[in-house]
Design a protein around this ligand. Sequence first.
Ligand code: NAP
Length: 165
Amino acid sequence: MTELMLPLLEKAAPDARVITVSSGGMYTAPLTKDLQFGDSNFNGVEQYSQNKRVQVALTEKWAEMYKNKGIGFYSMHPGWAETPGVATSLPGFSKALSGKLRTSEEGADTVVWLALQPKEKLAPGAFYFDRAEAAKHLPFAATGGSHVVIDSIVDNLRSMSGLSA
Ligand SMILES: NC(=O)c1ccc[n+]([C@@H]2O[C@H](COP(=O)([O-])OP(=O)(O)OC[C@H]3O[C@@H](n4cnc5c(N)ncnc54)[C@H](OP(=O)(O)O)[C@@H]3O)[C@@H](O)[C@H]2O)c1
């Protein structure tokens, strides 16, 4: 979907940006070519983490591929926020921490900040948390080298979406 919007984004250059909302859940997941859990029994929480890792790696790839097009690509983590999605998907967690999670507005803060910062102050393809660049990998999480498979994931996503290579 993001790539299909490139012509519109190019029209908005040099200040166009794509801000992808990922999650701290991606820290536990290495990038994997198995996008649809074909290799093992489906686990929704793991699938979520893997998809969120794909978003961070794709953002990095887009920044590299389209670096001369005047489009900024950034990914971010909103922190735990009390939203309808959390209430529905994690009812026990949501109930136990009711009133202690971030508000939706607090979760959205870094998205808005990324949209408004002068581009020179932002790092292309970087991952942000609370208005600052954050690491994409945690020590000892064994995810560090996994982004090398991004090219084959891009090919796979393009073929699944009927886009040309
Ligand atoms: N909440 C957290 O603590 C948390 C933590 C880390 C990351 N995140 C990330 O933050 C993002 C938002 O999460 P959330 O908790 O706010 O979830 P949410 O309460 O489920 O809200 C999701 C929003 O996305 C919209 N949406 C879903 N599918 C769509 C589609 N195909 N086209 C257009 N709009 C669509 C929904 O619209 P409708 O209401 O109209 O269906 C809804 O407004 C997600 O990417 C999530 O992974 C959230």
